[in-house]
Design a protein around this ligand. Structure first.
Ligand SMILES: C[S@@+](CC[C@H](N)C(=O)[O-])C[C@H]1O[C@@H](n2cnc3c(N)ncnc32)[C@H](O)[C@@H]1O
Length: 207
């Protein structure tokens, strides 16, 4: 009961705050600048990407958790383009095959329960030439100590942060799904604890 209260009433506010860390907001701007037209965002969260979309007409805001989406209300209201909430999971996208040019994921692939299924769905709904734009925290491949800690603490992190894995190799998962990495850059985000600091900013294309 306490855990349910935490998940519904405390965690969404914590998420909304942490995800506004300035270094993360800078990366949102960089990632979203070239995204245009009709766009699907998976794991929309509290709508923190909205101010950074410059050329979008319609945004499909896929967010399964109503307690989290609730905190996006004001931002959605202030957005000059159409935002359609889709309450669904990325493992079963309610879109036709080859129907989208752009899909966005910002710090969502860590939380999806079945990542392989979700990336297969992303591949299915992207048009040929379509792009998955993503920025995610990832398994630290260059530091064995941090990697061990990430593996050790992921079970606790999953409980505390609504399914978030600290130890996912996102680059590998994307390649396994058949997408081709057009841009792939690792960096350490300022203001984030070392265990979740290693990030990947990438654009992956369906050929
Ligand atoms: C760490 S938050 C990131 C939120 C937002 N993308 C951002 O950049 O602030 C992860 C988000 O993924 C969502 N999520 C979890 N499982 C999901 C799934 N299976 N499909 C789609 N979204 C999911 C969560 O509800 C949450 O909003």
């Amino acid at each position: 009961m306490i855990y349910t209260f935490y998940r519904q009433h405390i965690f969404p506010h914590l998420l909304n705050q942490v995800m506004q860390t300035p270094s993360l907001m800078d990366k949102r701007r960089e990632l979203l600048l070239p995204v245009s037209g009709e766009v699907l965002e998976i794991g929309f969260g509290t709508g923190l990407n909205l101010p950074f979309y410059q050329q979008v007409n319609t945004l499909y805001a896929l967010e399964p958790n109503p307690d989290i989406y609730h905190l996006a209300a004001q931002r959605v209201h202030e957005t000059p383009f159409e935002v359609q909430h889709i309450q669904a999971r990325a493992e079963k996208l309610p879109f036709a095959d080859q129907s989208l040019d752009h899909i966005v994921s910002t710090w969502t692939l860590c939380s999806i329960a079945n990542l392989e299924l979700a990336l297969n769905e992303v591949y299915r709904v992207l048009k040929a030439g379509g792009t998955l734009h993503l920025v995610e925290h990832v398994l630290h491949n260059d530091n064995r100590t941090i990697q061990r800690l990430q593996n050790l603490l992921t079970p606790i992190q999953k409980r505390a942060a609504d399914g978030c894995h600290l130890n996912r190799n996102i680059e590998r998962a994307i390649i396994n799904a058949g997408l081709e990495l057009e841009e792939c850059r690792y960096f350490d985000a300022a203001g984030i604890p070392a265990i979740g600091q290693r990030m990947l900013l990438a654009r992956a294309v369906k050929r």
